[in-house]
Design a protein around this ligand. Structure first.
Ligand SMILES: N[C@@H](CCC(=O)N[C@@H](CSC=O)C(=O)NCC(=O)O)C(=O)O
Length: 283
């Protein structure tokens, strides 16, 4: 791959390197930004890699700044990758100004509907272009790749892993949008990006994908019970019921008092990194 990577900044962090990068994405047709934490072990050889997909309004910086993942990643020798949550400055009318749609709200799918379909191709970007770019430009082990995410990014982690089981060998999520076709965030995004076809919506809905026979490796989900989005937007009960009915292994932990934000995520981050480490170490 001949992608030119612009290094925007690097920072020593727990003996490793936190980097922020930009490149001209062929998939998106515009510059895209992403971030990589390389643990100290990456100086001596390739290491497992975990992609983190962030939620609505987030950027490639949010996870790296707020989740507190680098200390444990350095101990376990895991590379962390995060990316912006959508294309930006596309010129599409209505791209900015609505935090649930457009900029910051790419929903990790390839839009099929104009005007979004020209640039909003986050599924291909994450699963193909960025995936290959990380494997070719960083010391990442290609057979030890995992994915996790939060909220919209939890939806992304679940659906991309369900749709691409050969790419991701470990999966987890924090407060995912677990049944997007049944919630206002998902209905708004899917109707604009995918059009009216419910058949197409089901291809990007984690609960529907489980019902359709797609499967994941052993899955960990954490959910705060003081999350203001829990009942209307996230709906993990639907996903849990589908997993139980269809034999998908799932550990779902519900935590009193925790909300939707990064204080919740950082509290349980070490459990998620250990989950991925354990899964990827078996390979
Ligand atoms: N409208 C608010 C809140 C946006 C928000 O809560 N975003 C979450 C993800 S929600 C689902 O994907 C988030 O992760 N925010 C980043 C953070 O640092 O907490 C707003 O615009 O702020």
């Amino acid at each position: 791959m001949t992608t030119h990577l612009e290094t925007r900044s690097t920072h020593r962090c727990f003996g490793g390197t936190q980097g922020f990068y930009q490149h001209l994405s062929e998939t998106i047709g515009l510059p895209m930004r992403f971030s990589v934490y390389q643990p100290p072990q990456a100086q001596h050889g390739s290491v497992p890699v975990l992609f983190f997909l962030a939620g609505l309004t987030c950027t490639e910086e949010t996870f790296m700044i707020k989740a507190g993942a680098q200390r444990m990643a350095a101990q376990l020798g895991i590379m962390l990758v995060s990316m912006d949550t959508s294309p930006r400055e596309t010129g599409i009318p209505g791209e900015a100004g609505d935090w649930e749609l457009g900029a910051g709200a790419g929903f990790y799918l390839d839009a099929t509907e104009a005007p979004w379909s020209k640039y909003f191709r986050m599924e291909s970007y994450v699963t193909q272009e960025l995936y290959q770019l990380i494997l070719s430009h960083f010391p990442a082990q290609q057979n030890r790749v995992g994915i996790f995410g939060h909220s919209m990014g939890g939806h992304g982690a679940l659906t991309l892993a369900l749709r691409n089981p050969d790419l991701y060998r470990s999966v987890s999520a924090f407060a995912p949008i677990a049944a997007p076709q049944h919630c206002p965030w998902g209905q708004k995004a899917f109707s604009h990006y995918l059009g009216a076809s419910r058949e197409n919506w089901c291809k990007h809905d984690a609960t529907a994908l489980i019902e359709a026979g797609h499967r994941l490796p052993a899955l960990l989900i954490d959910q705060g019970l003081k999350d203001p989005f829990l009942a209307e937007q996230l709906q993990p009960d639907r996903f849990e019921a589908a997993c139980r009915l269809h034999g998908q292994p799932l550990t779902i932990r519900r935590h009193d008092g925790y909300d939707h934000g990064y204080y919740f995520i950082s509290t349980f981050m070490t459990d998620h990194l250990q989950h991925h480490y354990d899964q990827l170490s078996q390979l």
